[in-house]
Design a protein around this ligand. Structure first.
Ligand SMILES: Cc1cc2nc3c(=O)[nH]c(=O)nc-3n(C[C@H](O)[C@H](O)[C@H](O)COP(=O)(O)OP(=O)(O)OC[C@H]3O[C@@H](n4cnc5c(N)ncnc54)[C@H](O)[C@@H]3O)c2cc1C
Length: 494
């Protein structure tokens, strides 16, 4: 009998089209009027452009607008055409982040422009309408990512340190189902002939970024414009260092009380939780929620209340000298800027202990990783992976990686998984045929060369006295955090 494969679920854009592209009634548009200004566009006029700061949300009163995407290689791909009663925006418009797509008037267009600040005010003041708008904005971002139509094109070798770092920053951080991704994604390309012909004014080494806006070499800074990358002279009520669950929760509660809040993070919002495939012990989510979805919701919630996000931005030190005189604290960033606040909340997470393995530092970012996201899963596709650790994070990583790798070798320092891992994860690992577990191993060697990255790992099974080799390009550590907060100092405490 022929196989009867289960049909793949329809893409998000089809299954939830009515929620993504709702048509507002005349009464609903009338409620939005006080938040915006009516603008007129002629046929062919551009309402917004990929890579340029988004002006806000447009509600179409007359005419239609086509949304297209540029791939940085000269191709223009149509996404959707919207007409009267529909609105044009995605999540980034809550903060005025650079647009991911272009919007052109198909004919004479009248549109109500609601700028980012007013859009946030609308969502809060008009709760039911706000809920529909926010849901549409999130679904659109997710659909763009699902369709591979969002974000820049990154060119360079995945194993290079710079390429890896840029991908890490751009990757909707974690390994969850695409529906959980609220961040902009990216696409990767090799530097083939087509790419080289499109280099344009961009000279020098890889990786390069094409797509939204101008090509940029070795991109640094806010590629997706989380926050204004400028001076911030204002005095914030609260600065939160760290955009993990603790930092985002702080920001939401503080901003919802009307305080002016800034969250800064040196990597990405979501923190470690963003790496979790499925969080099952979070109150209120009986079927579990992916870390990425949780982080995405918290991020949008924070934006709704007007929290400023500065990502990437790394706090280097806290200066309390001005607290007694002016009542303000100074947070110094590694890029030289200083931010001022009445209160600073440090939510920078924990720093991880590294095992003493020879040449470990040499392979960090070149085959040695400290978590298992979609990026690492791609790298270890159909190869062996060595996973070090026996806690819940290691358990989640083992279950996740076993869907991609040829074999998952778990190395556990303790006598058994039961000493450090939840029962449900042990059971799931037990049901995974491609996982093996070595307890109390002794490390021998990491093999490979510094440029090409890790190629193999050797360890010894103390109990049996046997030595094992795994030819693998990925070794993931899931070790125990130390009590130290991650990487910055407080100077001149009062
Ligand atoms: C793979 C994985 C799975 C997990 N699964 C679960 C689970 O199922 N259930 C559960 O309860 N817990 C789980 N955890 C643990 C949970 O994610 C953490 O307890 C939680 O994220 C801690 O939150 P936090 O905000 O305190 O710190 P973090 O999440 O560590 O966030 C700290 C943030 O601060 C930023 N930062 C650090 N230093 C600076 C600086 N100097 N300047 C600017 N920013 C800085 C970091 O980039 C980071 O984003 C998991 C963790 C991992 C890695």
């Amino acid at each position: 009998m022929a196989d009867d494969p289960t049909p793949a679920p329809p893409p998000l854009a089809e299954s939830r089209r009515h929620q993504m592209f709702p048509v507002l009634s005349a009464a609903e548009i009338a409620r939005i009027h006080r938040f915006g200004t009516v603008l007129h566009f002629k046929r062919g006029d551009r309402l917004f452009a990929a890579g340029e700061p988004g002006p806000g949300m447009f509600v179409l009163l007359k005419g239609s607008v086509t949304i297209t995407q540029r791939d940085g290689l000269g191709h223009v791909l149509p996404i959707v055409t919207q007409g009267p009663g529909q609105f044009l925006a995605e999540v980034g418009q809550l903060s005025g982040a650079p647009a991911l797509v272009d919007g052109h008037a198909e004919d004479e267009v009248d549109a109500l422009l609601v700028p980012p600040g007013q859009l946030r005010a609308l969502i809060i003041a008009e709760a039911d309408l706000g809920e529909r708008v926010v849901r549409a904005l999130i679904l659109r971002r997710v659909a763009l990512i699902e369709a591979g139509a969002s974000g820049p094109v990154l060119i360079g070798r995945p194993q290079s340190a710079a390429g890896g770092a840029a991908a890490k920053f751009l990757e909707p951080q974690r390994r969850t189902a695409p529906r959980g991704r609220h961040r902009a994604g990216h696409r990767r390309r090799r530097a083939d002939g087509a790419v080289r012909r499109r280099r344009g004014r961009c000279t020098g080494g890889l990786p390069r970024r094409l797509g939204a806006g101008e090509p940029r070499r070795k991109p640094a800074g806010p590629l997706h414009g989380h926050g204004r990358y400028a001076e911030h002279p204002e005095l914030f009520d609260v600065i939160v260092v760290g955009g993990g669950p603790a930092g985002l929760a702080t920001a939401v509660y503080a901003a919802s009380e009307g305080l002016q809040v800034m969250v800064l993070d040196c990597r990405a919002y979501g923190g470690q939780a963003g790496a979790s495939a499925r969080i099952e012990n979070y109150l209120g989510f009986p079927t579990g929620i992916s870390g990425q979805a949780l982080a995405g919701r918290a991020y949008v919630q924070a934006q709704k209340f007007g929290v400023e996000m500065l990502i990437p931005a790394q706090a280097q030190s806290l200066d309390c000298a001005a607290k007694a005189i002016k009542g303000e604290l100074h947070v110094k960033l590694t890029d030289g800027r200083t931010l001022r606040a009445k209160t600073v909340v440090v939510a920078s997470g924990a720093r991880y202990r590294r095992p003493e393995v020879p040449r470990l530092a040499e392979f960090e970012g070149r085959g040695v990783w400290y978590w298992a996201s979609a990026l690492e899963a791609k790298m270890c596709s159909q190869t062996e992976v060595v996973l070090v650790g026996g806690g819940n994070s290691a358990g989640q990583a083992a279950v996740f990686l076993s869907q991609h790798a040829a074999k998952v070798n778990m190395l556990v320092r303790g006598p058994s998984l039961a000493a450090s891992m939840s029962r449900y994860l042990i059971d799931r690992i037990g049901a995974t045929p491609i996982s093996s577990c070595c307890r109390r191993p002794r490390w021998c060697k990491l093999h490979g060369d510094g440029n090409a990255g890790l190629s193999a790992v050797t360890w010894r099974n103390r109990k049996r006295g046997t030595e094992h080799d795994a030819e693998c390009a990925t070794c993931s550590f899931s070790s125990v955090p130390t009590r130290k907060p991650a990487g910055w100092t407080a100077a001149a405490w009062p």
